[in-house]
Ligand binder design. Structure first.
Ligand SMILES: N[C@@H](CCC(=O)N[C@@H](CS)C(=O)NCC(=O)O)C(=O)O
Length: 220
C-alpha cells in the first residue's frame, strides 16, 4: 500500500491527491501539519526540504510532486493520465513547468497583498502572460493535449482555486474559464476542494512561511 504524506490545503500535494483518486489507486493518507510537524525529525528523514507531498512505496521514498506523478504513471499505467503523442507529451510537460515555475511562485505574494494592498502590478502582468499562454496551449480542446484529463490539467488546475480566490478574474480568458469549470466538476476535484475557512487557514500558513523565510534570510 502506498503512503501519501500531504496536507489538504497544499495545492502542490493536491496534484498527487487528485492523480491517486483519478487513477483509483488505494493509498494510506497521512496529514503533515504544516504548523511545524514538517520540521520534526521523523518527517525530515522523509523530506529534508520539509515539504509535502511525499510518497512512500515499500522501501522507496519519493519527494517532488512531479516526480511522484511520473512514478504513478509508470507504475499504474492504466487509467492513463499521460497523453500519447510526442507533441502532446511535450505540451503536457510545458504546462506543468510553466505552472510550477511561473504561476505557483506568485501565489504567496498575492495572498499577502490580498489582506492589505493592491496586488503588485508586475505579478498581475505575469499571471496574465501565463493565462494567455495556457489559452494558446488549450486551443479548442476540452483538456490540454486532447479530450482526456492529463497531468497537465491536474498540475495547472490545482493552482487555480487559489488564483481565483485571490482575485484573479478569468472572464478575459473564456476558454480557460470553461476548462476550469470542466475540471472542477470532476469527483476528484469535488472531493479535495477547499472551502472559505480552509482558504483563510492556507493564507495563515503562507504568512508564517514567508515570515520564516525572512528570518532565515536575515540570519544569513
Ligand atoms: N517542489 C516541491 C514543492 C512542495 C511545496 O512547496 N510544498 C509546500 C506546501 S504547498 C510545503 O510543504 N511547505 C512547507 C514548508 O515549506 O515548510 C514539490 O513540487 O513537491
Amino acid at each position: 500500500m502506498l503512503t501519501f504524506y500531504y496536507h489538504p490545503l497544499s495545492p502542490i500535494a493536491r496534484r498527487v491527491w487528485i492523480a491517486l483518486l483519478e487513477k483509483g489507486i488505494p493509498f494510506e493518507p497521512v496529514i503533515v501539519n504544516l504548523n511545524g510537524e514538517q520540521f520534526q525529525p521523523e518527517f525530515l528523514s522523509l523530506n529534508p526540504f520539509h515539504h509535502v507531498p511525499v510518497l512512500v512505496d515499500g522501501e522507496l521514498r519519493i519527494l517532488e510532486s512531479l516526480a511522484i506523478l511520473d512514478y504513478l504513471e509508470a507504475k499504474y499505467p492504466s487509467r492513463s493520465l499521460l497523453p500519447q503523442t510526442p507533441e502532446a507529451i511535450a505540451q503536457m510537460r510545458m504546462v506543468q513547468m510553466v505552472t510550477t515555475n511561473e504561476l505557483t511562485p506568485k501565489l504567496p505574494g498575492l495572498a499577502i497583498a490580498s489582506d492589505s494592498s493592491e496586488p503588485n502590478a508586475a505579478t498581475v502582468e505575469q499571471i496574465a502572460t501565463v493565462l494567455n499562454f495556457l489559452t494558446q496551449q488549450l486551443g479548442e480542446l476540452a483538456y490540454f493535449g486532447g479530450n482526456d484529463l492529463s497531468l497537465a490539467d491536474i498540475t495547472a488546475g490545482t493552482a487555480f482555486p487559489l488564483l481565483t480566490r485571490l482575485g484573479i478574474e478569468l472572464q478575459g480568458h473564456p476558454a480557460i474559464a470553461a476548462w476550469y469549470k470542466r475540471i472542477t466538476a470532476r469527483p476528484s476535484w469535488q472531493q479535495t476542494e477547499l472551502d472559505d475557512n480552509d482558504f483563510n487557514t492556507w493564507k495563515r500558513f503562507v504568512s508564517l512561511m514567508i515570515k520564516r523565510r525572512q528570518r532565515q534570510t536575515a540570519r544569513t
